[in-house]
Design a protein around this ligand. Structure first.
Ligand code: 5GP
Ligand code: MN
Length: 348
């Protein structure tokens, strides 16, 4: 038996929208990860199985190759490529599901159209402090993935029978990627009760692992070697580590989106390192990823120095300036950031 976590009245309200709606749009955050895609496509297949044939998943920009195998991935509308079409879909939707993000700026250039769309918005997410832009807000940071929330949402509407193998594969992918293949945020027993149900729906969990985590190109693996050998700086007195990569370096290793996924976690395998940062030059900004083990609040560090946020142990942000400036800001943060003070002022 799986505990009822989402309040009943929210389920019922969203269920009404599902029953009555005709046109549905599902949106998720920029640079969609496995959970963003898994929750969105999982819900997409469920709505199809329920008999809704006008459902679109819209993402702000493209996503890594190793998620393209996911059922329904080819139907996803990429806003960057088809902005007018996507705007029209949002404007005409009866219901807009907002998945795996907590504030409009996380959908980047889509934010304006999303907020102006006249349809009903429903938020299903697991990030702290959801902004007030949806009629129904299901926000549960204690749940390790939005995909798990989609499972719970479908079951609570009494529609477990409509949860198909396609939905199950997508949900499993999101649960797996947001927990580092069940190596963090993954101690809740119910996660495994849910996985049992997904396996009974016919998923091959081992194959999903291989399709996401064991599809590296040779140059990607060499980039990893280069990073570990030459680009990882350790700050022993701060139990911290930093990896940086410039555009030039990325080009040298034929970088494709997604190639650096997971790099930020690598230094955490060093004994004594509990905070890790990865700073990468992108097209027109600098992308910052932060991870920690234990109590260090990455999200507060991200919001203090990189206009970002996220979870306690996994967060990120963006920086506008040079790579060298971003590194300087990080090092200043390391020197002056006080986790206890930051936690106190975040609570007040
Ligand atoms: P990643 O390092 O994988 O890009 O992001 C890890 C987590 O940090 C994401 O799941 C998301 O919660 C959060 N995050 C990443 N980038 C940003 C950002 O620019 N702004 C905010 N608010 N959160 C971010
Ligand atoms: Mn997530």
């Amino acid at each position: 038996m799986i505990t009822k976590i989402i309040p009943e009245e929210k389920i019922q309200k969203a269920k009404k929208y599902v029953e009555k709606g005709d046109k549905f749009v599902i949106v998720t955050h920029v640079s969609p990860d496995g959970d963003a895609l898994g929750s969105s496509l999982g819900l997409y297949h469920f709505l199809n199985a329920y008999g809704k044939d006008n459902v679109s998943v819209i993402v702000p920009n493209d996503f890594p190759q190793f998620y393209k195998w996911m059922p329904g991935a080819k139907e996803i509308v990429i806003y960057e490529k088809y902005p007018e079409f996507a705007d029209k879909l949002m404007n005409e939707a009866d219901v807009l599901f907002c998945l795996d993000f907590n504030e409009p700026k996380r959908v980047d250039k889509m934010a304006k159209s999303l907020l102006e769309a006249p349809g009903r918005r429903v938020l299903i997410d697991h990030h702290l402090h959801p902004a007030d832009f949806c009629r129904v807000v299901m926000s549960h940071p204690e749940i390790s993935s939005t995909s798990e929330m989609i499972f719970r949402f479908i079951c609570r509407m009494g529609m477990f029978d409509l949860l198909t193998k396609d939905t199950a594969e997508c949900i499993y992918t999101g649960m797996m990627t947001d927990t580092g293949a069940f190596t963090y945020n993954s101690n809740k027993p119910e996660i495994y009760a849910i996985i049992e149900e997904l396996i009974k729906k016919g998923i091959d969990k081992d194959a999903i692992y291989r399709k996401v985590f064991q599809v590296y190109s040779e140059s990607r693996l060499r980039l990893q070697g280069y990073v570990l050998y030459q680009k990882m700086k350790i700050y022993p007195e701060k139990q911290a580590a930093l990896i940086t990569l410039s555009n030039r370096e990325l080009m040298r290793f034929s970088y494709r989106p997604g190639d650096t996924e997971g790099f930020v976690n690598m230094p955490l395998s060093i004994e004594g390192v509990s905070f890790s940062a990865f700073i990468r030059e992108d097209k027109d900004y600098i992308k910052v990823s932060l991870r920690s083990v234990g109590e260090f609040p990455c999200n507060l560090f991200a919001s203090a120095y990189f206009n970002g946020g996220g979870h306690k142990n996994a967060s990120g942000g963006e920086f506008y300036g040079s790579l060298a400036d971003a590194i300087a800001v990080f090092e200043r943060g390391l020197a002056e950031f006080n986790p206890d003070e930051a936690k106190e002022s975040a609570q007040s």
